[in-house]
Ligand binder design. Structure first.
Ligand code: ATP
Length: 310
């Protein structure tokens, strides 16, 4: 046993702070439904500079036993601060898988809207895995962190490296793409929460099997000129969402008139529109804010979660 442990415990009191970015989907095709209920997808994921902040403190480390994990959330009640919080689950999963335990305090500041298709919960989970790796000194590499994140949610592995990536399988088989470095990403979200499971449930797939549409060589050359009008990406989930949500339908159509790329992000209810770097979109932004929408104009984020000293 480590000599610093007294009665199976040692005081650590070390904190790290992680910036957990949101993501948008610039393409999302559903290929087929598997027998286990999961959907096989082909998606282009892009991290964007809208961040949750996650502070993780390892107060004490234990020898054996279960971890004590406490979560607090700001603003209060945007998401539960109990064992259902993905931060809590990520910390418990990390400790279980690595055979480590301790007293962990997690302070989550939510800026990414919840149940919006922006991957906030998954990014928070990735942030906690990377923070625990730093605090316990386990030094896992990206592939190990991605593997660890997979059971927590299909988007969790993406946030380890972020940037621009192609996701296949249930979204967890990732291939890095040339990173998008420019463009104004306008994210607009009406006050409407859409649950991913319900959206997939509304998609009438039947026995349909869609074919993969992303040709890597072609997409690489298109990404080099992103954002451009002939962007071939689309979001298949719009078929399940927009006919039932006239407000979102109108928003997508409005943005499509103005931006070279505009679509529902993931299962919604956020919509993303990408404009060229120099374009003046201040009037549009103000109109959307006046209409009562959550609106942010952010940039592409070329990495994933970043962990720094707390
Ligand atoms: P998905 O990855 O399913 O597309 P999303 O981006 O649409 O997710 P999230 O904001 O990740 O949505 O929230 C999905 C659900 O997870 C919500 O019902 C929320 O209550 C729950 N949840 C648990 N922990 C968190 C967390 N830390 N942040 C956000 N949501 C969380």
């Amino acid at each position: 046993m480590d000599s610093e442990f007294t009665n199976g415990k040692k005081i650590v009191n070390r904190s790290v702070i992680a910036r957990a970015p949101a993501k948008v989907n610039l393409h999302l095709e559903i290929l087929r439904q598997r027998h286990d209920g999961y959907h096989e997808v082909e998606t282009i994921l892009q991290a964007v500079s809208l961040f949750d902040e996650v502070k993780v403190t390892l107060a004490e480390q234990y020898v054996g036993g279960k971890s004590d994990i406490e979560v607090s959330v700001r603003p209060k009640e945007v998401v539960p601060a109990d064992e259902t919080n993905l931060c809590w689950q990520a910390a418990a999963h990390f400790c279980r898988e690595m055979g480590l335990s301790g007293r962990l305090l997690i302070e989550l500041e939510k800026n990414i809207p919840v149940a919006a298709g922006l991957g906030g919960g998954s990014s928070d989970a990735a942030a906690v895995l990377m923070s625990c790796d730093r605090l316990f000194g386990t030094n896992l590499d990206s592939a190990e962190l991605e593997r660890l994140g997979t059971p927590l949610g299909a988007d969790v592995p993406f946030f380890i490296n972020g940037g621009t990536a192609l996701g296949r399988g249930i979204g967890t088989l990732l291939m890095p793409l040339p990173r998008i470095r420019t463009g104004q990403f306008l994210i607009a979200k009406p006050d409407l929460k859409l649950l991913t499971n319900e959206v997939y449930g509304n998609l009438k797939m039947g026995l349909t099997v869609n074919v993969s549409k992303v040709n890597i060589a072609v997409i690489k050359s298109i990404l080099a000129r992103f954002p451009q009008t002939a962007w071939p990406g689309f979001n298949r989930l719009e078929e399940a969402v927009l006919p039932q949500q006239p407000l979102l339908q109108r928003l997508v159509l409005q943005l499509r008139e103005e931006a070279p790329v505009a679509m529902l992000s993931g299962s919604g209810s956020a919509v993303v529109a990408v404009f060229g770097e120099g374009e003046d979109i201040s009037e549009l932004r103000e109109d959307l804010v006046s209409a009562g929408l959550f609106v942010r104009v952010v940039g592409p984020h070329t990495t994933g979660v970043q962990v720094g000293d707390g």
